[in-house]
Write a protein that binds this ligand. Structure first.
Ligand SMILES: NC(=O)c1ccc[n+]([C@@H]2O[C@H](COP(=O)([O-])OP(=O)(O)OC[C@H]3O[C@@H](n4cnc5c(N)ncnc54)[C@H](OP(=O)(O)O)[C@@H]3O)[C@@H](O)[C@H]2O)c1
Length: 257
């Protein structure tokens, strides 16, 4: 393949993307990157001011939505995207959070439910909402963002419900990939290790936390959202056209030890 043909595989000028969690961190970087490769991008989260600034920057669409409100995900996100940008061909489910730092035996049931709602059920709901549009336009790519904690236990940072929600994304990914393959809809998950963002700033900024991260990460550099975006782009674009149902770990070697 010529360099020109290879570069063409990343071209997203015909794509319409929805990126959740785009008001900060990884979601914002993914939205910028997809737009940089030509996609029309709708950015989704709760903080309207940040979304408006990003939408202005990338000439996209801001959609303010609380993804924990599962009943309203379909009606509040997909219709404005279809009307303004066109039928979605890429969905990146990057929104996520932890709601408790308790040991598993003490996690409040309400926090467990909130974690599963946001990290697992919301991506499922949104995937179902974009499905008819992707099917009718001949295909699409869905990329979920999970975590290495969906694959391995992480000592010293209790997160049982978070880990369960992220592991659930990998199961959902394989199942949707098989069910929807005949419509040329690819479904994959990227599982990051630790990288600096609003939810991990405190860990990186404390001497103890930074030492813990250095000790457990074979590659000698601090992870950032930039280190994760390449895998998402690869899976969303035609570069990933024969990849579906997979969970790709991007963790500086954390799980290779
Ligand atoms: N940072 C890490 O080390 C790490 C490691 C592994 C996996 N991850 C995963 O990577 C993804 C991105 O995380 P990040 O580190 O970039 O964190 P972040 O900067 O805190 O971003 C989280 C995003 O999710 C959105 N969000 C949270 N609750 C929401 C809700 N109820 N409705 C709509 N949007 C909501 C936030 O926007 P609003 O607050 O504006 O709603 C924000 O845009 C998450 O799924 C996270 O679990 C992160």
């Amino acid at each position: 393949m010529t360099p020109h043909a290879a570069a063409h595989l990343f071209d997203l000028h015909d794509a319409v993307a929805i990126v959740t969690g785009a008001s900060s961190g990884l979601g914002a970087e993914i939205a910028r990157t997809l737009a940089g490769f030509g996609a029309r991008v709708a950015v989704v989260a709760r903080r309207a001011d940040r979304l408006a600034a990003l939408a202005h920057e990338i000439d996209g669409l801001a959609v303010t939505c609380d993804l924990s409100d599962l009943e309203h995900i379909e009606s509040s996100i997909v219709p404005p995207v279809v009307e303004t940008l066109g039928s979605p061909t890429i969905l990146v489910n990057a929104a996520g959070n932890r709601f408790t730092e308790q040991q598993a035996e003490s996690e409040p049931l309400d926090a467990i439910r909130r974690t599963l709602d946001l990290n697992l059920l919301a991506p499922f709901q949104l995937a179902r909402a974009v499905f008819p549009h992707m099917r009718d336009t001949g295909g699409g790519a869905i990329v979920n963002i999970s975590s290495i904690s969906g694959r391995v236990g992480v000592p010293g940072i209790p997160q049982a419900s978070y880990a369960a929600s992220k592991a659930g994304l990998s199961g959902l990914t394989a199942e949707l990939a098989v069910q929807w393959a005949r419509h040329s809809i690819r479904v994959n998950t990227v599982a990051p290790g630790f990288f600096r963002s609003e939810i991990t700033d405190d860990l990186y900024d404390s001497e103890r936390g930074a030492r813990y991260l250095r000790r457990n990460t074979p590659l000698p550099k601090e992870g950032s959202a930039h280190d994760i975006v390449g895998a998402v782009l690869w899976l969303a674009a035609d570069t990933g056209s024969y990849v579906t149902g997979q969970t790709i770990v991007v963790d500086g070697g954390w799980t290779a030890r």
